[in-house]
Design a protein around this ligand. Structure first.
Ligand code: EPZ
Length: 440
C-alpha cells in the first residue's frame, strides 16, 4: 500500500493540530451544551416509553458514542442539525452495554441505573481505567445493592438484576446512600435509579456539580420527585412511572469548555467573552484567574476575561464542586507556565492527572511533579514542538500552550479533544488563532 493510500485510509483518530504561535485571542466564542450534562440526560430517556427531547446537545464524540449505545439497545435516537436530540425507549431489544462502547467511554455506566430500575436487569461492561486513573465504579454498585439489586461481575460484565420474587417483586427499594466521597456519575446513577424505586432514597455527600442539578431539572420535568440537587443531600421519592418531556429540555452551557477558552484568553494576554457561560458555574476557577491578575467580568452575553500582561503565580487545589474543577487543572497549569513566580497545583480527585506536564515541558515549561503536587516555575518562554495528547483535558492544555509558544506546535492524537470539544480549531481561529487540523 503506497504512502498516499495509507494516508487516505488512516482513521481520523490520527488527526493532528498544527498551531502557529504566539497569538493573542480576542473576540466572542459560542459555548456548546455541556457534555457532562447531556450524557446523563441521554441515559434518562431509558426511564420512560414516551418521547424525550433534549436541546443544545453538543456535537462531540462522547455524545455520538452514547447515542450508538442507546440505539444498540433499541432506543430511537434522532439528532437534528440544531443540536436537538429526540429519543424514545418504548421498546428495548437489549439491556446490554457492550465492552466495545463502554471501553471508549466510561460514562456509559450511566445506563445501569435506568435499565435496572425500569427493566429489572442490566448487563454493562466494566469500564476500563483510563489515562487519568483507575476510576472504579464500586460506589455505584454498592448503592444499587443497598437498593436491593443483585450485582455479579461475570466475564468483564456487571450483571445487575432484581429478584422477581419476594417483597421486592422486581422493583428497587428506596435507601439512604452515604457516599464516602462525592462522585458525579455515582450521584447521577443513583438518581436515575431512585426515581422509579419504591419509597424514598436519600443521597448523602452527593456531588453538587451543575450537571447534577441539570439532571434533576430534567427528571422533574418527566414527573419525578427530586429535592436538594446542587446540595450535599438529595432526596428522591420514587413514582410508578415517568412521562416524556412536554417541551425540549435545554442542556446547560459547558462550563469546562468555557473555562478552557477563558484560560486561553489569560494565557495569551487576550480578551475573550465566552457567550452564555454562567459565572456561578465557574466561581472557583474565575477567582483563580483573577488572582493571576486577569480581569474577569460577567456581562449580559456571558463571561469576559482580559489576560494580564504579566500573570502572577497562584496556588490551586482541585476539589469537588464548588471547589476548583479537576477538569480545568491542566489548562490552569498551562497558564501557570507564564506566571511570574512559583505556582503550586494539588490534584486531589484523580491519581494520575499530570500527563500533560511532561508534554508542556517539551515546549519549555519548568514543572516538577511530587506525588499529587505540581510545582510550576515561571515565566518560561515556550517554543513550538511536537507533543502528544493523553486525555481530554490534557489535550486542551497542550493546545493552549501552543497558542502561546513561538513557532509551530504539532498536537498529536487530537481524537481525545474530539470527545469533549466541538469545533475547537474553528472556535480558536474565530478568536484570531492559527490552528490547522491535518490528517496524521
Ligand atoms: C465525572 O467523572 C466527569 N465525567 C469527569 O469529567 C470529572 O473529571 C469527574 O466527574 C470529577 O469531577 C462525567 O461527568 C461524564 P467521580 P466521574 O465519580 O463521575 C472516585 C471530563 O473531562 N470513585 O466524580 O467518573 C474516582 O476514582 C471527565 O469530562 C471511586 O472511587 O468521577 C475519583 O477519584 C473526566 N469509586 C473520585 O471518586 C466510584 O465508584 C471522583 O470521581 C466512583 C468514583
Amino acid at each position: 500500500m503506497t504512502e498516499g493510500t495509507l494516508r487516505r485510509t488512516l482513521p481520523p483518530a490520527l488527526d493532528e493540530f498544527l498551531i502557529e504561535g504566539p497569538c493573542r485571542l480576542h473576540g466572542k466564542v459560542a459555548i456548546s451544551g455541556a457534555k457532562n450534562a447531556a450524557l446523563p440526560a441521554l441515559a434518562a430517556s431509558l426511564l420512560t416509553g414516551e418521547t424525550v427531547t433534549l436541546a443544545n446537545v453538543p456535537a462531540v464524540a462522547d455524545i455520538r458514542t452514547m447515542g450508538k449505545l442507546l440505539a444498540g439497545m433499541g432506543v430511537s435516537v434522532d439528532r437534528h442539525p440544531d443540536g436537538t436530540v429526540v429519543l424514545c425507549a418504548s421498546e428495548l431489544s437489549s439491556t446490554e452495554a457492550s465492552y466495545d462502547l463502554v471501553r471508549t467511554m466510561r460514562a456509559a455506566i450511566l445506563v445501569l441505573g435506568p435499565l435496572l430500575t425500569r427493566f429489572g436487569e442490566a448487563w454493562v461492561s466494566l469500564p476500563g481505567g483510563c489515562a487519568i486513573g483507575v476510576r472504579p465504579v464500586d460506589l455505584h454498585l454498592k448503592a444499587f445493592e443497598a437498593m436491593g439489586a443483585r450485582i455479579a461481575v461475570e466475564k468483564g460484565y456487571i450483571h445487575a438484576h432484581i429478584s422477581r420474587v419476594g417483597p421486592q417483586a422486581g422493583r428497587l427499594k428506596g435507601a439512604t446512600i452515604a457516599f464516602p466521597m462525592p462522585t458525579v456519575t455515582g450521584t447521577e446513577n443513583v438518581m436515575l435509579a431512585a426515581v422509579l424505586a419504591r419509597g424514598i432514597t436519600r443521597i448523602e455527600n452527593a456531588a453538587r456539580e451543575p450537571e447534577v442539578e441539570d439532571l434533576a431539572r430534567l427528571l422533574t420535568s418527566m414527573g419525578a420527585s427530586v429535592e436538594g440537587a446542587g446540595s450535599s443531600t438529595i432526596t428522591i421519592e420514587g413514582v410508578e412511572s415517568l412521562c416524556g418531556t412536554a417541551e425540549a429540555h435545554g442542556i446547560i452551557p459547558d462550563r469546562i469548555e468555557a473555562g478552557t477558552y477563558l484560560a486561553a484568553a489569560a494565557l495569551t494576554g487576550g480578551d475573550v467573552t465566552a457567550l452564555d457561560a454562567r459565572p456561578e458555574h465557574l466561581a472557583a476557577f474565575l477567582n483563580a484567574l483573577a488572582e493571576t491578575g486577569a480581569s474577569v467580568t460577567s456581562t449580559s452575553e456571558g463571561v469576559r476575561v482580559q489576560g494580564a500582561e504579566k500573570p502572577r503565580a497562584h496556588d490551586i487545589v482541585t476539589a469537588p464542586h464548588p471547589g476548583f474543577p479537576t477538569d480545568l487543572q491542566a489548562q490552569f497549569m498551562a497558564l501557570s507556565t507564564q506566571a511570574e513566580g512559583t505556582s503550586r497545583i494539588v490534584e486531589t480527585i484523580f491519581e494520575n492527572r499530570y500527563l500533560h506536564a511532561i508534554e508542556l515541558a517539551r515546549l519549555g515549561a519548568d514543572i516538577t511533579i511530587d506525588g499529587a503536587t505540581a510545582i510550576v516555575r515561571g515565566p518560561r518562554r515556550l517554543e513550538g514542538a511536537p507533543v502528544t495528547a493523553s486525555d481530554l483535558r490534557a489535550s486542551a492544555a497542550l493546545v493552549l500552550a501552543g497558542l502561546r509558544a513561538e513557532g509551530e506546535t504539532r498536537v498529536r492524537r487530537i481524537y481525545h479533544l474530539d470527545r469533549g470539544y466541538s469545533g475547537m480549531a474553528e472556535k480558536l481561529n474565530g478568536l484570531g488563532a492559527r490552528v490547522k487540523r491535518v490528517a496524521g
